[in-house]
Design a protein. Structure first.
Length: 416
């Protein structure tokens, strides 16, 4: 089959990779100047297969008032005269039940563990250069109540196959001496050895290199914005771009925040809304005191990932702030978090700041699979888990498009 993949972020590029490996002719089209230029550019860099619990959780509800009012809160909401924002927000609140959160966590964990297998297979077969490491992930707790809650959640995740080791303060500091600056406030930690880290944007460029060098190379159309999906009699018959129309046997919407307006033209509501996130990238020197494992500061909802001689720091959720422009106040808040968590970091200089829009669905689950249009498929809405779930999602979609039963329950991610 000839398949057009719309979107060249990590979800679109892994989709192109697995479809091509299955023997299909693939064309990738994207508005950016190259792969991974939007949400995949400078994300949190963690491949957190076991830590996929959705933002929609009952534990979030008591925190919302303080988060929504504080300027430096991990989650910031700015109301707008936007019906989509309010519909999404109400659906998010409805998803904040214990039963729904646990069901979603179970489904995302299944996809996450499958994605880990797919990532490791890709790394073995292609050896892409993207600062990949398998050093595990350490969740650090400075609040006793939050740590107690996490231990209860650990038992639930363990029943689903997730390995998390309980660590006291001494063991935590032995593993990561870089945490010595906050050692007195650490209540405990959980360590998961199965987690990875890597540079998402570099993986996208490596996949482009691999796919261009193939015997039957994938075609790429960059700087090419898709403006419309043209349909007839329940099928998509072409995609309109400023450079002309592209036609294929099948089409995949994998363009993150670019997917909802295109789907809306066909009467499909994907219920995706942008959640802005921020990151800082620090250059390190031999004297820098930086962690080796991926670390999550649970109190401030900030993640840290080592990328060779760089440290990626990511956090924040802005709802309703519009666009991907960097808010200096949010960057300053994130810099303060870094200074407090790693007071001895000693980087080479000021960090490079970035902001991106995570395409999120209210319940936290992406859309993967068929649509009412016979040859239009979805692989979008991954929120903050795009890097983590991309490979598994792409492999799953490839199986569905070929009429095979995927390794993960497809019904959990189907368009309702």
């Amino acid at each position: 089959m000839h398949i057009v993949v719309i979107g060249a972020g990590v979800v679109g590029m892994t989709t192109a990779y697995f479809l091509h490996r299955a023997g299909h002719r693939v064309t990738v089209v994207d508005a950016g100047s190259g792969p991974g230029q939007a949400t995949s550019m400078a994300n949190g860099a963690q491949l957190s297969y076991s830590f996929v619990a959705p933002l929609a959780d009952p534990a979030v509800l008591p925190k919302l008032p303080s988060w929504l009012l504080a300027q430096d809160a991990p989650l910031r909401f700015r109301p707008r005269l936007d019906p989509d924002q309010w519909r999404w927000s109400l659906a998010f609140l409805r998803a904040c039940t214990r039963a729904k959160s646990r069901s979603t966590t179970r489904e995302l964990l299944s996809l996450g563990m499958y994605s880990r297998l797919c990532v490791h297979e890709l790394v073995r077969q292609e050896n892409p250069d993207f600062d990949f490491s398998s050093s595990g992930k350490l969740l650090v707790y400075q609040d006793a109540g939050a740590y107690t809650h996490a231990l209860a959640q650990r038992d639930y995740l363990a029943a689903l196959g997730s390995e998390q080791r309980v660590m006291d303060t001494r063991a935590c500091l032995d593993m990561e001496p870089a945490l010595a600056g906050i050692g007195a406030s650490i209540q405990g930690a959980l360590y998961t050895p199965t987690e990875d880290a890597g540079d998402c944007q570099r993986l996208c460029t490596e996949l482009e290199r691999i796919l261009r060098a193939a015997a039957d190379p994938v075609r790429f159309h960059f700087n090419t914005r898709v403006t419309a999906l043209r349909s007839e009699r329940g099928r998509v018959v072409g995609v309109s771009t400023a450079a002309g129309e592209l036609q294929a046997d099948h089409y995949v919407l994998a363009s993150g925040m670019g997917a909802p307006p295109l789907a809306r033209q066909l009467g499909l509501n994907l219920r995706i809304y942008p959640l802005k996130g921020y990151s800082l990238t620090y250059a390190l020197t031999p004297d820098s005191v930086a962690p080796n494992a991926s670390i999550s500061d649970i109190r401030r909802k900030v993640v840290y990932a080592r990328l060779g001689r760089r440290l990626r720091v990511a956090g924040m959720v802005d709802i309703g702030t519009g666009g991907s422009a960097v808010d200096p106040r949010r960057v300053q808040s994130l810099e303060r978090d870094v200074a407090q968590f790693f007071p001895d970091l000693n980087p080479a200089g000021p960090p490079e700041a970035w902001a991106g829009l995570r395409p999120a669905r209210p319940d936290g689950k992406p859309l993967i699979g068929a649509t009412p249009y016979r040859n239009l498929w979805l692989n979008t809405g991954h929120g903050g888990l795009g890097f983590t779930l991309a490979a598994g999602s792409a492999r799953m979609l490839t199986d569905l498009m070929q009429g095979r039963s995927p390794a993960v329950d497809a019904a959990a991610f189907a368009l309702a």
